[in-house]
Design a protein around this ligand. Structure first.
Ligand SMILES: [Zn+2]
Ligand SMILES: [Zn+2]
Length: 296
């Protein structure tokens, strides 16, 4: 028996999982495999509780390993310097960094790390056998560096993690990527590429990490591309010839919001600027620890 993601590490989440498995005639003790689509706490938080109750092995992409084998607060402490450099480059006020640290402290107990002996690596195109079908691992980075989806290429259904959701657009989370080949993680560039790969799979049914399953994956992907191109144009017109930082661009795009609320919109702006840089439409330069952007 296999769980694809396990939910967050709360009592409520455990109850829901127990009830869901019970309704199908199973218990947590019987779980044999846990496949984690990516290292966000709402997807792996309950993992160690499940492995405590069962002898399940845990499978995920190696790019997510650093975060899944380390307590969240410890991980942030270990990488504090890199994180501060990155936040400075974005030109973020110090209170925002502090706010982020307080969130990490608040949630770190809800996602305990796995032990190295419990985990197994997954690689792109690896086949995972089940009794009646086979799922293929598809590495689709963007939302996180080691984000995977699991696809039945014959029956054409996919477990899409957070890459494709029906009620909101996937967010290219601002991330640093130790253990992955990118120096600075270009989440949005990777995400657009991953959505193209997903489109080419021509899946019929999508089982996402949030909300209900849906079909018409192609329609949602094309809508997303339309929105992304529109936003790229909008951001490009804001960048202009004058140098601006990501913080300034986000303020201009989403004016009138508090810094904390605005923090949620930074990934979209940062990601879109990264795409414009990769298209050669925007130039970036780091000076005095801050990254400045201007149109070519
Ligand atoms: Zn996520
Ligand atoms: Zn999620």
């Amino acid at each position: 028996m296999t769980l694809i993601d396990v939910g967050s590490g709360s009592e409520e989440s455990l109850e829901i999982l127990e009830t869901g498995l019970g309704d199908l005639g199973y218990s947590i003790k019987e779980v044999e495999r846990i496949i984690i689509t990516h290292a966000h706490l709402d997807h792996y938080g309950l993992g160690t509780t499940v492995t405590d109750f069962s002898s399940a092995k845990v499978y995920f992409h190696p790019y997510e390993k650093d975060r899944l084998l380390c307590r969240m607060d410890k991980y942030w402490k270990q990488n504090q310097n890199k994180i501060c450099v990155f936040f400075d480059e974005l030109d973020l006020p110090e209170e925002v960094l502090k706010h982020f640290q307080s969130l990490v402290a608040q949630y770190c107990d809800q996602a305990l790390p796995f032990e190295a002996r419990q985990v197994r690596d997954l690689s792109h195109r690896q086949k995972i056998p089940f009794d009646r079908f086979t799922l293929e691992v598809i590495h689709l980075p963007g939302h996180s560096p080691g984000h995977i989806a699991l696809c039945d290429t014959k029956k054409r259904f996919i477990f899409s993690g957070d890459l494709l959701l029906i009620k909101s657009l996937p967010s290219p989370v601002i991330d640093l990527d130790w253990g992955s080949p990118w120096v600075q993680y270009k989440g949005m560039v990777a995400q657009l590429d991953s959505l193209k790969k997903l489109e080419a799979l021509k899946v019929k049914q999508v089982f996402p990490g949030h909300w209900e399953p849906f079909d018409q994956a192609g329609y949602f992907i094309s809508q997303y591309f339309k929105g992304a191109v529109k936003f790229q144009k909008e951001i490009l017109s804001l960048v202009g010839r004058e140098e601006k930082t990501i913080y300034e661009l986000t303020r201009e795009t989403y004016g009138g919001m508090s810094d904390m609320a605005m923090f949620n919109y930074l990934p979209e702006v940062f990601g879109t600027v990264s795409v414009l840089v990769s298209q050669g439409k925007v130039l970036s330069e780091v000076r005095g620890g801050k990254a400045f952007y201007r149109a070519v």
